[in-house]
Design a protein. Structure first.
Length: 443
């Protein structure tokens, strides 16, 4: 079955009683952790574990604390999975825990194609329930986030990655200039979005993936699922790709008993978009270090372009009207049609086509997902070879970070718009906000 079968059977015998293991298969996706579905004694379960011990290095807490938090949330009435056991060192499966499997849909594409009518209000009410969990119920080890310190850490990471992406520098400076006053800390899920919730015909069924939970500003959670990237193409439904902000906020406010601060919400929308832009860059660093050498890691590392596009869309209102209406610079000229021997790009395309025609149709489960990721990586490489687009400009980034240059500078917004359009066209050409931005900016 897999190398997990024997140790998992032993673990389940001790944890859930006698039974037989069947149906063990790795679930697709999971940018940070592995998830394995299986049956034991006729019941469905999911094993959540780290892809390597090294991958847990530097995290504020491990799976034992995470499992304790999920248990506390479940006991507190949150739609969190039921944890049945936590892996120990002697179990031989790394670090993780086992939960009862929930039967519901998790695919954002399937959910957003026809979301059940109660869903947007469910999302608001469930978030209020998470934020209302008493401090005494939260296990030791869950960190408290200081927003100013966290922003300073993002800035330090940006500089360690080269400090040469102007849009990221612009966003860091904006966040420094708009840092909100400290808020009364609540339990923040930290990753509350489509892809981490399960939905059935009646609405919200479960909240998954608690690895980023911390104590902090409730508005961080409110904003995260409303980021463009987590709306999966539903640009006209700003709340999770499901509905309106008004309905989402109203459900949350009614449940929690306080109003949503729109200014804080905007800050966190920018901050978490910036955070994910740097998170994508960090994926590339994880691959280079050898901590995670999967193809998925390097592909996610190129999704920074999506967040840079979204940051320009979020921050362009800071520019004067004359700059917002300024025409874009011309796009780079199209490459000439090749002649003679096959180019490097054509060879990459040939390998990509072969994967799609000869390998992908026969792949199954997680293997099929991995082939799709590999094809995506080759597509990026092929387009990059043709376009030669670069996002780095260290001098401009430094000027923006220091505040010496702002969006009031004539032509800067137009230049940034053109740069993010061209980069996103290489790295993520199907990203829904790319087509919308071309229309909005007449690119």
């Amino acid at each position: 079955m897999t190398d997990l079968a024997e140790p998992l059977s032993a673990f389940m015998s001790r944890t859930a009683g006698p039974g037989a293991l069947s149906g063990l298969s790795r679930l697709s996706g999971g940018a940070n952790m592995e998830s394995w579905a299986f049956d034991w004694a006729g019941e469905g379960y999911v094993l959540r574990r780290a892809p390597s011990v090294d991958y847990m290095a530097g995290r504020p807490y491990g799976h034992a604390v995470e499992a304790a938090l999920v248990r506390a949330a479940h006991a507190g009435g949150v739609r969190a999975p039921e944890v049945v056991g936590v892996l120990a060192d002697g179990d031989g499966m790394g670090t993780g825990y086992v939960m009862r499997r929930i039967t519901a849909e998790v695919s954002p594409a399937k959910i957003l194609a026809a979301p059940p009518s109660p869903l947007v209000a469910d999302l608001g009410r469930e978030l209020a329930r998470i934020h209302a969990l008493p401090r005494a119920a939260i296990p030791e080890g869950i960190p408290v986030m200081d927003t100013a310190e966290a922003l300073a850490e993002l800035k330090a990471r940006f500089l360690s990655y080269g400090g040469d992406r102007p849009v990221i520098a612009l966003a860091i400076k904006w966040c420094e200039d708009h840092l909100p006053a400290p808020a009364e800390p609540v339990l923040v899920h930290g990753d509350y979005r489509m892809g981490n919730v399960m939905v059935d015909a009646d609405g919200l069924a479960a909240v998954l993936d608690w690895e980023l939970a911390h104590l902090g500003d409730a508005h961080e959670d409110l904003a995260f699922g409303c980021m463009t990237v987590w709306r999966f193409g539903q640009l006209d439904r700003p709340a999770f790709g499901v509905g309106s902000l008004e309905e989402y906020f109203a459900a949350y406010e009614a449940a929690v008993g306080r109003s949503v601060d729109r200014g804080r919400f905007r800050f966190w929308l920018v901050y978490r978009t910036l955070w994910w832009a740097l998170g994508c860059l960090q994926m590339g660093q994880a691959w280079r270090s050898g901590a995670d050498t999967t193809v998925e890691r390097v592909v996610v590392g190129r999704r920074t372009a999506e967040q840079e596009l979204d940051l320009v869309r979020l921050l362009e209102e800071e520019a004067p009207e004359a700059e917002r209406s300024r025409p874009l610079p011309s796009p780079p000229p199209a490459a000439a049609s090749p002649v003679g021997e096959p180019t490097t790009g054509e060879m990459v395309q040939a390998v990509r086509d072969w994967l799609g025609e000869a390998i992908k149709p026969h792949a199954e489960g997680h293997g099929k997902f991995q082939v799709a990721v590999a094809m995506n990586a080759l597509g990026i490489a092929m387009r990059d070879l043709d376009a030669g687009t670069r996002a780095e400009d260290k001098a401009l980034a430094a000027a923006l970070l220091a505040g010496r240059t702002t969006l009031a500078e004539p032509g800067l917004l137009a230049k940034l718009r053109r740069a993010v359009l061209d980069k996103c066209a290489v790295d993520s050409p199907k990203y829904a906000a790319l087509a919308r931005s071309r229309d909005d900016w007449r690119g």
